[in-house]
Design a binder for this molecule. Structure first.
Ligand code: FES
Length: 313
């Protein structure tokens, strides 16, 4: 019953085509701003997207307002039912303030994640952001009212804000679990488990990513500075075909949103992708390039050598 209601509400939001226009304007505004800043904005983008963390930063920051505002609600509730000394009110005010700071961070990182969404996910993301912004405004008002001693109005604003936050959390969950925003889109199959020939060595040109298929799994072969790398054919960000990628400064560039990946470890060097590209071991046998899947545990982090994926000649 509840799931049907939430499904209907979410579908209603997703069908609101009128959100497309403001959505494109906002997305273009963000792209224009970052484009103007050029390479100087890249560290900030990398920070907001969570590339340094290995997964999006947004869900980490959302815990702060949710936890702090839940604590504030509980403190307010206890204070209303059985009025306590001043300490309860002060603690609630601190919790509300902490939540406001965390929510501001969550809003900025959420915007960075939303920027590359499309269609239903984009419209749902806008509603999610609008609800969160309204909740943030109410909690900001609540904090100010507490500061001025208007505790009744402050509690009311906080309670309404909490309700909006809960509704928005439901939409946020749908964005992740239904629309797969922020999750790893790379192929998770473990095939091929044994070395399989995929291409004659003579057909792989230097610095020219070449798509092959192995056991139904798309794989991109790259020869760079004499070394052969075999990487997943689906971008972990939103699944772009890496067969259309190119090399830039020794890194593989996603054709859709420009994430750059390390050729040895597959690690995302710049976002919006945060997860690594799938890695395959490669070797040469009788003039053929052979590959097999690198077990996930053997994939190392950025900047390290992928020991197991050493190309053998
Ligand atoms: S699909 Fe977005 S960076 Fe590759």
């Amino acid at each position: 019953m509840i799931s049907q209601l939430t499904e209907r509400a979410a579908r209603l939001v997703e069908r609101q085509q009128w959100l497309n226009k403001p959505g494109y304007k906002l997305e273009h505004g963000l792209a224009f701003t970052f484009g103007l800043a050029g390479a100087r904005a890249r560290p900030l983008q990398t920070l907001l997207q969570g590339v340094w963390l290995g997964h999006p930063l947004h869900p980490v920051l959302t815990d702060l307002p949710l936890g702090a505002w839940t604590a504030a609600l509980a403190l307010d509730g206890v204070d209303v039912v059985a009025p306590r000394p001043q300490g309860f009110r002060q603690a609630a005010q601190v919790a509300v303030g902490l939540g406001v700071v965390g929510a501001a961070g969550a809003a900025v990182t959420g915007l960075a994640d939303w920027q590359h969404t499309h269609d239903d996910a984009r419209r749902l993301g806008m509603a999610h952001g609008a609800l969160n912004t309204a909740a943030l405004a109410l909690y900001g008002l609540s904090w100010l009212d507490r500061h001025r001693g208007r505790h009744g109005r402050a509690r009311l604003a906080g309670t309404v804000g909490y309700g909006l936050t809960m509704a928005s959390s439901q939409l946020g969950g749908r964005l992740v679990f239904r629309h797969r925003v922020g999750v790893d889109h790379s192929d998770s199959r473990l095939d091929p488990r044994t070395f399989v020939p995929v291409l004659a060595e003579s057909e792989l040109n230097e610095d020219s990513p070449t798509l092959v298929e192995c056991a139904g799994v798309p794989v991109v072969l790259v020869r760079h500075e004499g070394r052969i790398s075999a990487l997943g054919g689906d971008c972990p960000h939103l699944g772009a075909p890496m067969g259309e990628s190119w090399l830039y400064k020794g890194e593989l560039v996603c054709p859709w949103h420009g994430s750059r990946f390390d050729l040895q470890s597959g690690a995302a060097m710049t976002g919006p992708a945060t997860a690594p590209l799938t890695c395959f071991q490669s070797r040469l046998r009788h003039g053929q390039i052979e590959i097999r899947r690198t077990p996930p545990a053997e994939v190392t982090t950025r900047g390290e050598t992928l020991i197991a994926a050493e190309t053998t000649r």
